[in-house]
Structures are given as structure tokens and as C-alpha cells.
Design a protein around this ligand. Structure first.
Ligand SMILES: C[S@@+](CC[C@H](N)C(=O)[O-])C[C@H]1O[C@@H](n2cnc3c(N)ncnc32)[C@H](O)[C@@H]1O
Length: 273
């Protein structure tokens, strides 16, 4: 997904996007630091610039959505997503997350129910890690990436947008599944599907790649890993993880880490034959 060359209009859009993010953060600091009477002309001017850039962004997001519906989302997003910067380690968010949030048309998801112990609340994988992972996986049309505990569905949606593979999300919270499904429909992504249910009851036969952003711990994680190990007895696939569950996966004897040592990025494991 690295753009070999960017047309100049994309370059301009990319620069404006970065400027908006910077300006937003400066305005937030100004709001926090300056007493109301000191803000004056400078703040008004900054707000006017922000409004202009936000309007430009809204147009740009819509143009990317149109490209996605035409099946050209990979190129439209790659110009912003894989800008050649190294994938910064860690779980902090950056401007790419604002970009993805602007492009993916999620409605306001309904209230999520409290989760039982050992099940982890929703937090999306930072977008740069999703783009970095999709780059490294090099999925083809026969691949099926299954996100176990998919939340609002960023990983299956970006898989469907940026690769020829199918993305499937398994998520226990019905409100998130409804929002992810509506987003896939709005973008006409036939290769993104979402299933509501407990990952322990998932159909593990369909995936060629399984992804876990530490969706559960303890006995729930154990039971999912045991189900995957059963699959690994008769076929090969990859398991990818982000966050604390990576240490558990790295200790599984049926998995071999491709780059588990590359901490801070998504780890990719292969099943051992
Ligand atoms: C840390 S979030 C990861 C979200 C998503 N995979 C991503 O990376 O953007 C964990 C998600 O797993 C879901 N979850 C927790 N336990 C689950 C279970 N047993 N089965 C399915 N989903 C579960 C939570 O509701 C939450 O949305």
C-alpha cells in the first residue's frame, strides 16, 4: 500500500489534512491556556481557517467514499495511509485515525452492554497498525481475515477496502455489529461481513488469517486458542495479535512468530506443521 508516487492534488490534500490536525491541536491548547478576553483576533482567524479546512476535509472524505464504492478505495486511502513513515510502535492514536474516522460512515452506535469478566471493552487498533499489517500480510483474493472481537469493524472494513481478501468480524456486542454492517453497506463492500456472537462459538474453518487485538483474556482466550490449535492440526493459517495477548500467543508451541520480537507492532504468527 505504499504510494510510489502521489499526484500533486493528493499531495495538496495530504498537506491540508496534516495542517488541519495541527491547527485543531493548537486551537485546543489556545482554549485551554488563554483567558477568554485574550483570545481575540488570532483565535477568530484560526477558527476561520479551521472551518475552511474542515469543509475541505468533508469534501475529501466524500471523494474517498466515492472511490471506495467504485472499488478504488485502496489507492484513495493508500495516498494517506502508507506515506512511507515507519509504523510507530505503541497504541497511541494519530492523524490516520482521524482520517479513517472521517471516511468510514459509522452512525452513532447504540449503548454497549457491560461485558463479563475476561472480555475486554472496545478500543480500535490504531489505523497505522492496520495499514502496516495489511501491507505485511499481502493478502490475495483467496484469503479470509477474521477479526475475533471486531468492535466497530475497522479491521475487516479496511481489509475489504485495501485488499482483494474478505474481512469477517465476530463481535459479541450487537450495537457494534449493527454499526459495522451499516458502514459496509453504505460503502458497498460485499467482501466485509459481520457476525454477532461469542468468538468461542465462531466458525474457525473459514479464516486464513485470524486477528486479535487482545479482545479477551484468561479462560476465554484459552478456549479460542484451543479451537485454533485444533484447526492447525490439519491446515495452515496465520494468527496476528496486538497488545498484551501477544505474549500468550508467543508461548503457544503450535505457533511460530514471524516477528514477535518486533514489539509495539502487530505480531504475525504462522501455524507449525
Ligand atoms: C480491544 S477491542 C478490539 C476491536 C477490534 N478488533 C479492533 O482492533 O479495532 C475488543 C473487542 O472484543 C469484543 N469482545 C470481547 N469479548 C468477546 C467475545 N467473547 N466474543 C466476541 N467479541 C468479544 C469487545 O466487545 C470489543 O469490541
Amino acid at each position: 500500500m505504499r504510494p510510489p508516487s502521489r499526484p500533486s492534488c493528493i499531495d495538496r490534500g495530504y498537506r491540508e489534512w496534516r495542517e488541519t490536525v495541527l491547527l485543531n491541536s493548537l486551537l485546543d491548547r489556545l482554549d485551554a491556556l488563554a483567558p477568554a478576553e485574550d483570545k481575540g483576533r488570532l483565535a477568530r482567524r484560526a477558527r476561520a481557517i479551521r472551518q475552511r479546512l474542515e469543509a475541505a476535509n468533508a469534501l475529501r472524505f466524500e471523494a474517498i467514499r466515492v472511490a471506495i464504492r467504485r472499488g478504488e478505495g485502496r489507492d484513495a486511502l493508500a495516498a494517506f495511509a502508507g506515506d512511507g513513515e515507519a509504523c510507530r510502535a505503541g497504541d497511541a492514536y494519530d492523524w490516520r485515525d482521524e482520517l479513517v474516522a472521517g471516511v468510514l460512515p459509522f452512525g452513532e452506535p447504540g449503548e454497549a452492554a457491560a461485558l463479563p469478566p475476561e472480555m475486554v471493552f472496545y478500543q480500535p487498533t490504531p489505523a497505522r497498525h492496520v495499514f502496516d499489517l495489511l501491507d505485511r500480510l499481502a493478502l490475495d483474493a483467496d484469503d479470509v481475515l477474521v477479526d475475533l472481537g471486531s468492535g466497530l469493524g475497522h479491521v475487516p472494513l479496511l481489509t475489504a477496502i485495501c485488499t482483494p481478501a474478505r474481512g469477517i468480524g465476530i463481535e459479541i456486542e450487537p450495537a457494534y455489529v449493527a454499526a459495522a454492517h451499516a458502514c459496509a453497506q453504505a460503502l458497498q463492500l460485499g467482501n466485509a461481513q459481520f457476525v454477532q456472537g461469542d468468538a468461542r462459538a465462531a466458525d474457525f474453518a473459514v479464516g486464513s488469517v485470524f486477528y486479535l487485538y487482545t479482545p479477551f483474556t484468561g479462560s476465554v482466550l484459552r478456549s479460542v486458542l484451543d479451537a485454533l490449535r485444533c484447526q492447525a492440526a490439519h491446515r495452515s493459517f496465520r494468527v496476528c495479535s496486538f497488545g498484551p495477548c501477544t505474549a500468550v500467543l508467543a508461548a503457544e508451541p503450535w505457533l511460530a512468530g514471524e516477528d514477535a520480537a518486533a514489539s509495539g507492532r502487530v505480531a504475525i504468527f504462522h501455524t507449525r506443521r
